[in-house]
Design a protein around this ligand. Structure first.
Ligand code: DC
Length: 225
């Protein structure tokens, strides 16, 4: 049997990376890992357990607690659901507080180092589609297929706003746009493993494409190559 492919999907926040990857995983029978969930999991842990006296995140306390962080995944319908110390944190990691802090946590070198091995281990047997910011450039530079998704800020704000409403979170478009712009900036400008299109990644601007059309483009490229 031929080894199943390893696919890297990177790009800006709210370009549909995760929902598109999830659907491709189902159709090609691959495992999907949303790597943003890992960074969100660490951020949730830091917000819960590693506060300084002024209630800001104490990074040194976080690094010293790495030994106590057990991140596991349970496979449900080709999807890996994240567990922190045996508790599902699927909903908690989508909170506005986590979204506000996650790029700050994700730019710290010890955090990226801590999560690198976990991600590579999951991909080591093949048959995986991983979405994130640095999968094609750093985590899986030898992936069989690489895609980089982008879309206009207006379109991404709309999508994120609708997604948050569907989670029952009250918000407004301006805060959503600001959060996206801040994260784009921090993710692209950080020193370690910034958000970048890998030179061999296929660029897809899906501002005026539906989710299904984006999936179609990706599957067509995989079929043809
Ligand atoms: O995909 P997301 O919005 O859930 O990701 C949350 C944050 O995690 C994002 O702002 C940047 C960071 N991230 C990262 O730095 N590297 C990855 N591979 C995935 C996410």
């Amino acid at each position: 049997m031929t080894r199943k492919p390893v696919i890297a999907i990177d790009g800006y926040s709210s370009t549909g990376k995760s929902s598109i990857s999830k659907e491709i995983a189902k159709r090609l029978d691959l495992i999907h890992l949303d790597t943003g969930a890992l960074y969100r999991g660490i951020t949730y842990f830091a917000l819960s357990k590693c506060r300084s006296k002024t209630m800001s995140i104490d990074l040194e306390l976080l690094y010293s607690a790495f030994d106590t962080i057990q991140l596991d995944f349970k496979e449900i319908d080709n999807e890996l659901e994240l567990y922190l110390n045996n508790k599902s944190i699927a909903m908690e990691i989508r909170s506005p507080e986590v979204s506000d802090q996650v790029s700050f946590i994700a730019k710290q070198a010890p955090v990226r180092e801590f999560l690198l091995e976990t991600q590579r281990q999951i991909a080591s047997k093949g048959g995986v589609i991983m979405d994130g910011r640095d999968i094609g450039t750093t985590v899986l530079p030898d992936a069989n297929y690489k895609f980089f998704l982008t879309a206009s800020i207006e379109e991404r704000t709309k999508r994120r706003y609708m997604e948050l409403l569907s989670f029952g979170q009250k918000t407004d478009s301006d805060s959503v746009r600001q959060n996206l712009q801040q994260r784009d900036k921090m993710d692209s400008e950080r020193d370690v493993s910034p958000l970048r299109q890998a030179p061999d990644a296929i660029l897809i601007d899906n501002s005026s494409l539906t989710k299904e059309e984006t999936i179609g483009l990706i599957l067509k490229h995989i079929e043809d190559n």
